[in-house]
Write a protein that binds this ligand. Structure first.
Ligand code: NZQ
Length: 384
């Protein structure tokens, strides 16, 4: 196991009805800006529930944060927060709203052009405090320090990480996920699955707890993902899914082990250039990445095959082949296609995707930094 430091400061309020319990988590007298997306929280009543829970605070609202939140929209919220002397941000929504709110938190006190936080990885030295009410289990953003933002004008989708944007608290009420359309339920399962894989499927370092924890999360997703689609109002299923997605990317399973993240980086370019949902891009890239890098990942692929899919028959190559096929079948069974061509994207798209990776400095990815542009091209080709 590798050395590590682990600290996760986000307080979790989990369970039905716990929106009502969040007021003590916000400093008394705070001027709170509630941020939300395209209106689902208005339609479902979640926003009203939040307003009721925070009666007594000065509340302002900023809606319209889009999936794959854009710098252009978020900068309008930055202006509002500065003008209104906001001192606490509350994100109500999915990963896009939470990520966008993290950017607002860092940008409001930032001296200079806030895009530099993403494009130049300019250090974040101070940020507004934020909390979240999660409505879509997927990204783990509710309990991590990462944020992914898109600049529409240049088609750049970039991330930043800062401990200053960990949410102070996050409210996870599984009943708030009942209204999710099947597409976003499925997306959430795939996103969480791939988060685990990026931290698990590298090479062994004898990190037994992290491995078994990761395998448990994967098996829970395989079990509960289809059930969430079939039984949308099954509380136990939704609760298991919600907590699994949070644990998939709150840092715990990633400590002391090598991490990959190349699937995410190749996926971000597909969203930036072709507008696919984040999880759709992961469903396309992960199986292709495992195929192309099956030698480098051989030991962990065999472990994954045996422990997650119960594949113990046949020689090593057959077991690896079967594990990758099972992964594809799982995504497809959730109605998330795993080929670029299924989304109408052909071979002519590959050179621009690789060029975007180069422009963003994504030239040495993977757990051994050996996923260069040629390898990325092979992965995109494999995914056609
Ligand atoms: O915008 P509204 O109207 O709220 O509708 C949303 C949106 O259209 C809808 N929705 C959310 N909760 C709902 C609901 N509809 C009905 N009922 C509910 N309870 O779902 C749609 C998708 O929402 P979005 O927030 O975009 O999805 P997700 O949570 O998957 O977030 C995706 C974003 O997170 C980034 C992705 O790149 C993408 O931009 N990621 C962030 C990560 C992180 N911070 O660690 C890691 C992830 O891998 C990912 O990269």
């Amino acid at each position: 196991m590798q050395n590590f430091t682990f600290h996760n400061p986000t307080r979790i309020l989990f369970g039905q009805g716990c929106i009502a319990d969040m007021a003590p988590e916000i400093p008394a007298g705070a001027r709170v800006l509630i941020t939300y997306g395209g209106g689902s929280v208005v339609r479902t009543g979640t926003l009203d529930e939040v307003r009721r829970a925070l009666a007594g605070f000065t509340l302002l609202e900023f809606g319209g944060i889009e999936p794959n939140p854009t710098y252009e929209t978020l900068m309008r919220a930055v202006t509002l927060a500065r003008d209104e002397h906001i001192d606490f941000l509350l994100a109500v929504g999915g990963g896009s709203v939470i990520d966008g709110t993290k950017f607002i938190a860092a940008a409001v006190p930032f001296a200079g052009e806030p895009w530099d936080i993403l494009a130049r990885q300019a250090p974040v030295t101070t940020a507004l405090p934020l909390g979240s009410v999660l409505t879509l289990p997927a990204t783990g953003s509710e309990m991590n320090a990462g944020s992914v933002i898109t600049r529409q004008s240049t088609q750049d989708k970039l991330f930043f990480i800062s401990p200053l944007v960990f949410p102070r608290f996050s409210v996870l009420d599984p009943t708030k996920t009942y209204t999710l359309p099947p597409r976003h339920v499925a997306n959430g399962v795939v996103d969480a699955f791939v988060h685990v894989m990026e931290q698990y499927l590298t090479y062994p370092v004898d990190a037994k707890v992290q491995d078994r924890f990761a395998e448990g999360l994967l098996m829970t997703l395989i079990e509960e993902g289809p059930r969430a689609l079939a039984e949308p109002e099954n509380y136990a299923v939704r609760a298991n899914l919600m907590w699994t997605a949070t644990l998939a990317l709150n840092g715990l399973i990633g400590v002391g082990v090598p991490q990959d993240w190349s699937t995410h980086m190749l996926g971000h370019e597909i969203t930036a250039l072709h507008g696919l949902d984040h999880a759709q891009t992961l469903a396309i890239v992960l199986p292709a990445m495992l195929q192309v890098r099956r030698l480098a990942k051989r030991d962990k692929l065999l472990q994954y095959a045996a422990r997650v899919w119960g594949l113990t028959e046949g020689d090593a190559d057959q077991r690896i082949e079967a594990a990758i096929a099972r992964t594809c079948d799982f995504f497809e069974s959730l109605q998330v296609p795993t080929r670029l061509s299924s989304y109408g994207i052909g071979g002519e798209a590959i050179t621009p995707l690789v060029a975007h990776l180069e422009r963003h400095g994504m030239t040495a990815l993977g757990e051994r930094q050996d996923v260069g542009l040629e390898c990325a091209r092979q992965v995109y080709e494999q995914a056609l």
